[in-house]
Design a protein around this ligand. Sequence first.
Ligand SMILES: Nc1ncnc2c1ncn2[C@@H]1O[C@H](COP(=O)(O)OP(=O)(O)OP(=O)(O)O)[C@@H](O)[C@H]1O
Ligand SMILES: [Mg+2]
Length: 218
Amino acid sequence: MIRFENVGLRYGMGPEVLRDISFHLLPGSFHFLTGRSGAGKTTLLRLLFMSLRPTRGLMYLFGQNAADLPADERAELRRRVGIVFQDFRLLDHLTTWENVALPLRVLGKFETDYRADVTELLRWVGLGDRMYAYPPVLSGGEKQRAAIARAVIGKPELLLADEPTGNVDAQMAQRLVRLFVELNRLGTSVIIATHDHQLIEQFNAPQLVLHEGRLLIR
Ligand SMILES: Nc1ncnc2c1ncn2[C@@H]1O[C@H](COP(=O)(O)OP(=O)(O)OP(=O)(O)O)[C@@H](O)[C@H]1O
Ligand SMILES: [Mg+2]
């Protein structure tokens, strides 16, 4: 699914934020990604989403050398990945429902085939009464739940989530992680960046730990 060999990443002329990262993850794995603020969690997720290229080393995704792919093939691979950005990135001119349905539309599916699924998922994340609202009027936690619904609706092969429970209460956080666990049972590899130690303890999954630019698995 994922293989890094001595990957390094620096922004511009700055210091290396990630240094000599080597690891691999098998299909169907589930990990939390931890490390203090500024440790490079978002940077690592950006690499995995192919919105950054390593400045050195090799990075394989889905068996392909992702650093060297032309843009169209990168876009193709990206369709197999669901992502929850730390800043949500919902499209303000689409309703919440349309935002969540977007990945399926992009895949060329017919609305009649997914209409009920989108509505059910929105109800599940507690947005049943906000489906036709536009993102600018949603609360932070509502936006976060919409972003999560959008990331999981297409049952991607890889799910990347950057602090996906940072804006919701503990009970909702648990519910959302259960959604990721359920997706994982269906075969999706999941990586969740989080600072929430209570969640990590509750779900007791292995951790990818970033510390001083290096990655440890524990
Ligand atoms: N676009 C950028 N240009 C230059 N430096 C950057 C950029 N983005 C991040 N950095 C730096 O890279 C380092 C890692 O940042 P990153 O956002 O990956 O950390 P993080 O672990 O996600 O932190 P947080 O827990 O606060 O979200 C930080 O020192 C940050 O200042
Ligand atoms: Mg971050």
